[in-house]
Design a protein around this ligand. Sequence first.
Ligand SMILES: [Zn+2]
Length: 358
Amino acid sequence: MKRFVFVFAFLLAWASAAGAQGRPIRVLILHDMEGLTGEDDWRQFSFSYPEQYAKGRMLLTDDVNATIEGLVAAGATKIDIVDGHGSGNQEPDLLLDKLDKRAQLIYRDRPFDPYIDMQEQNVYDAVALVGMHAKPGSGGFVAHTYTGGMEFWMNGLSLSEPEIIAYSWARVNVPVIYVAGDEVLWTNDLNKTMPWVEYVAVKRGTSASTAILFPLDSVRANMRVAAKRALQNLGKMKLLTITAPITAALHARPPASLAVLDSVPGINYHDNTVTFIAADFEHAYRGILALGNVSGLAGSQSTTTAALRAQPEAAQTMRMIGEFRINRWLDYESGRWKPNPPIPFEVQVAGKKYFGDR
Ligand SMILES: [Zn+2]
């Protein structure tokens, strides 16, 4: 009797966990925030602007929910969500109390990069992308890749974020099947590199700071239909694979700059671009990000200085900063000041929850 109950319970669990095709279908939704329906103001994805950001969170949640509905209609049995945005909010951008209960945000107790640290065999069957934007130089709304000022090159192609994500998931044979975002991302890029995906254009970027918005209701209806069709056609989806070794490069766009690396031994620098050969996708990706830290520092220093110079008290402030810098050197050399020791990693992460980019 006991055994019978066990078998019966197992069958029940199996039946409810199985999708329309008779097997579990597990989907990961990765969301960004620059390519949302109804959004045409950069403050709507920036945590430092509470009023506008509140609207962005609602738009995000509605876009994600419409996508979930379509995936469920096609038989998805498990839908996880990861934050690929990083608004600066220590809490998720998604409004969890309004999120469709058939999906859940994933949490880890260590920081992770959803682009490169999540790709494991046999965890997901498909990836769906929400809130996507076009790459730098495309004319799309808030056009960028990873962060402002970076052109992310691999094997001669400047990549958009969906392409980076698709390359990364292809390492474990999982296709990107659905993308929702700026129309420019599709017409400029994905219709050539990933023509198999179900694409939902949510607005048309007309410059980096302007967009023509499409009606909310019809976009969300398109999302439901496209997400459903994408999963129903899972078998026809393709992987975006890359040939290794990879010729990788970061090209810095102003105000970011790589000029500081000109003439550094061992660095292949030319025209604000550093090029290197990487054995595989992960090394290419991490190398480009490391270079992005350099180019971003140069950009933030030059813009901070320019912003200070525009202030009425500029001369006094610049003098104060100059004195502070000189005193730092003198204090260190005189033994009056030491940099703080780095906080151990285990202390930094203790008690925190990580849900993707922050
Ligand atoms: Zn992005």
